[in-house]
Structure formats: structure tokens, C-alpha cells
Design a protein around this ligand. Structure first.
Ligand SMILES: *Cc1c(COP(=O)(O)O)cnc(C)c1O
Length: 427
């Protein structure tokens, strides 16, 4: 069972100030989960979570996570700027980018972020822009298939990221010669894993590789970054990940591989996005229309521009009709948005309670890669983001876009007349 963290009564109150659609986040859930993660990895002295900013790029969320001891994992110029603005600095920022523009490396270096190089050619590229910092990390891609007990988890051989194994040895040697003193190793081999075995399996690969690299190059390896990839179960049935079992599996690998190699002081870092935020966000929408033709359609005031995952990946997101939590799910609907794209469906052939126009629905697990992947297709505007605070009050943490925002990039001219920046009359 997935239970919304807001009730119909709360939503009726909220919409008096902030109309639907909106994304809302649960501060209590976010904080408790961050504390669980920290506790699960407390066996490792240097443990730190660097929240993957791209999952939920909102400064209010970053500040909450900072208060819980998290840093930020950035991959672009604006993510670096946002992290800097939130008071994160130096070693609180990891910069894990790829196809990196010059100005991004320049800002990362200026902020003192820990740079995670995606490719061996980036050594010279970074050196030319900002010099080689004393602390540096390299991203590993072992290629081939990533399997756990003969089950294929993902296909690193098809992934654009990271150094090959040979390039790691060569890269570490070059970096050392250029003055790097403290090294990190990173890999991201599978996304949205619902398995307690992913991190431990990844850790074994990275720990073994770290011992080899130390022996081959003499590099002083200070941290190993297990990156993102711990998933959540988007479906109401089935297993959830158990972060304590995951952390314990990593600890076993640590004690078997790193401790005997004299590397028992290596810090474990994570760069989780989905695991940190996805369950603690809802997209709340209102039923605008229903339509009964070849199928029964429920049309919402939210669309794929507010949540792209179903349209992009066919992803399942659970839906609750507020106020009908206990009603029988005896009606089959397609739940859609209003884009002129037939993949704009939040659910297809979903069994739900009978829905009336004006009902409010919660689309679950939208806290990560939800708002963040939004777009403006069909001239749809991005929604507000709200925070349900621990005291039960609701705070606006990003206002909804207005037509003026949509038209803002024509502000260099007056082609839009009364709708444009120069006209200022926006209806
Ligand atoms: C996207 C990303 C993450 C976060 O991934 P999740 O699946 O949200 O945990 C972490 N690190 C890097 C480099 C990423 O690109």
C-alpha cells in the first residue's frame, strides 16, 4: 500500500493559496530518511552523502539536506551555482560531470569542489583551465555487462561514462606526476536498482580496483564514491530496499578487501538522488475532464511536462484519488494530461475508484527526477513546488511559471507586443 502524506482536507486548504497542479515534498520524510542513511553507514568514519542535485534542484531542499549533513553532487554550471548559494563549499561539493564545458570546470575548481573526471582526456583539459587539484577522483567503467548472480543489472559497455580499467592506471600515474595527492574512485553501474545487492556488488568491484590501483601507482586513495543507483519501488506491491542491509553488505566487502590491504581509513561517499527524495514528493493534480470514447479517460490539469517519467520510460507511478483511499478500485481508466502527444498518460488501464470531475489525485514518488525533468512543450508552464513542513504548515519553495516566464527569452525584442517583456501586459 502506498499512502499519500497529504489528505483531501489538507489539499483543499492548500489550493486556496496554491492552485493545482503542484509538486509537494514531505520535510519530515526527507529528514528521517537522510538520518537513516547516515546511521546505516555510521560504521564508516568518513561517510558522506552528496545529494544528486539534478534529481530535485531546489535550494530549499538542498538546505534541508545540508542540515542533515549531506553535500551536493553537481554536474553542471547552474547546479554548482545553486550549491554555492546554499552555503555548500569545497569538499561539500562533488562535481561528477561528463562532456564538460570549460566554464563548468572553472567554477568547480574555484569553489574547491572535488572533481570527478569522466575521461582520461579531461586530465589535460582540466589542467589547462584550472590546474590539477591535490584531491581528484576518476570515474570507472568496467564495460561489458554488470551482473549480480548471473542476473544482468545494466550494460556499462554501452554507457558513455568513465575510464576503462587500463585508463585508470594510466590516469592515476599521470595525475600523480602532475601533483595530485589524494585520490578517489567512482562508478555508477546500474540505475534504480530495487535490490539490496547492488551497492555491495559495486563496492566489491571498486574496492578491488582501488587496492590494485594503490599497488600499481602508489596513489593515496582517500575515498570511494558508490554514486547513485539505489532505487525505490514505484509499485505498491513487492519489496523495498533496506538501507541497513545495503550498508552492511558494503561493510562486509570493506572488511574483506580494503582493511587487509591497509586501506581501512578509506571514506565511503554516496551520490544518491532518487533514494533521497523520490518517495517524499507527490504531484497533486485536479481532474479537469472525463471522456468516454473507445476507452475511459481522466484528464488532469497536470501533464507530462510536469512529470516525464511515464511518457519517457513507460514508468509506473502509483495514483491515489484523495478522499477515496478506501473505495474499491473497480473502474479502469487512462489518466492523461493535455499535451498533444498520445504518450501523455500518467497511467494506462489503471484500476481506480470511480472518479468525478473536480477530484484531486496524488501521483506518488515524484520527489526525484519529477519536477526536474519538466519542460515547456505545448507552451505548458512549470508548476509550483511546495514543502509540507514538519509542523504541518506549507511553504512555497518555487512559484509556478507565468506566461511572462515562458516569453522571457524574447525580451531582447518586441515581437510579442503586449505579451512580451516590452509590452508588460500579460494576460
Ligand atoms: C544521476 C546521477 C546520480 C543520482 O542517481 P539516482 O539514480 O537518482 O540515485 C548520482 N551520480 C551521478 C554522476 C549521476 O549522474
Amino acid at each position: 500500500m502506498k499512502k499519500p502524506f497529504v489528505t483531501l482536507e489538507q489539499v483543499k486548504e492548500i489550493v486556496k493559496t496554491y492552485p493545482t497542479p503542484f509538486h509537494i515534498y514531505d520535510e519530515k520524510g526527507i529528514r528521517e530518511n537522510a538520518r537513516r542513511l547516515k546511521q546505516a553507514f555510521s560504521w564508516n568514519k568518513g561517510f558522506k552523502e552528496y545529494f544528486a542535485v539534478k534529481a530535485t534542484p531546489n535550494p530549499f531542499i538542498l538546505k534541508i539536506l545540508k542540515e542533515e549533513g549531506c553535500g551536493a553532487d553537481c554536474s553542471s554550471l547552474t547546479e554548482l551555482m545553486m550549491s554555492d548559494a546554499c552555503g555548500l563549499s569545497g569538499e561539500e561539493i562533488m562535481f561528477s560531470s561528463n562532456v564538460t564545458p570549460r566554464e563548468d570546470y572553472a567554477l568547480a575548481a574555484k569553489l574547491g569542489a572535488t572533481i570527478n573526471l569522466d575521461d582520461i582526456t579531461h586530465i589535460d583539459f582540466l589542467e589547462e583551465i584550472a590546474g590539477i587539484p591535490e584531491t581528484i577522483c576518476c570515474r570507472y567503467n568496467p564495460g561489458g555487462l554488470f551482473k549480480i548472480e548471473s542476473q544482468i543489472m545494466d550494460t556499462p559497455g554501452e554507457a558513455k561514462y568513465g575510464f576503462t580499467r587500463e585508463q585508470l592506471t594510466e590516469g592515476f600515474k599521470i595525475l600523480k606526476a602532475k601533483g595530485a595527492k589524494r585520490f578517489g574512485l567512482h562508478a555508477f553501474l546500474a540505475s534504480n536498482t530495487v535490490s539490496n545487492d547492488y551497492y555491495p556488488a559495486l563496492a566489491r568491484i571498486l574496492f578491488t580496483t582501488a587496492v590494485e590501483l594503490k599497488n600499481e601507482t602508489g596513489a593515496d586513495i582517500k575515498f570511494i564514491n558508490l554514486s547513485g543507483g539505489i532505487g525505490i519501488n514505484y509499485r505498491p506491491e513487492g519489496e523495498e530496499n533496506d538501507i541497513f542491509k545495503i550498508a552492511d553488505g558494503v561493510r562486509k566487502a570493506f572488511e574483506e578487501i580494503l582493511v587487509p590491504a591497509g586501506m581501512g581509513d578509506v571514506a565511503i561517499y554516496t551520490e544518491l538522488g532518487r533514494y533521497m527524495l523520490a518517495p517524499y514528493g507527490h504531484l497533486v493534480a485536479k481532474v479537469l475532464h472525463q471522456k468516454h470514447t473507445h476507452k475511459d479517460y481522466i484528464g488532469l490539469d497536470a501533464c507530462a511536462a510536469n512529470l516525464m517519467r511515464p511518457a519517457m520510460y513507460g514508468a509506473y507511478h502509483h495514483i491515489t484519488v484523495l478522499g477515496k483511499e478506501n473505495a474499491p478500485c473497480d473502474h479502469k481508466y487512462d489518466v492523461t494530461g493535455g499535451l498533444c502527444e498520445n504518450n501523455d498518460k500518467f497511467a494506462i488501464d489503471r484500476m481506480l475508484p470511480e472518479i468525478k470531475t473536480g477530484d484531486y489525485v496524488v501521483i506518488h514518488d515524484t520527489g526525484a527526477h519529477g519536477f526536474a525533468m519538466g519542460y515547456n512543450y505545448n507552451g505548458k508552464l512549470r508548476s509550483a513546488e511546495l514543502l509540507l513542513k514538519e509542523d504541518g504548515s506549507v511553504q512555497l519553495i518555487r512559484r509556478a511559471e507565468t506566461p511572462a516566464d515562458y516569453f522571457a527569452t524574447f525580451d531582447f525584442c518586441d515581437i510579442l507586443g503586449k505579451y512580451g517583456e516590452k509590452g508588460k501586459i500579460l494576460v
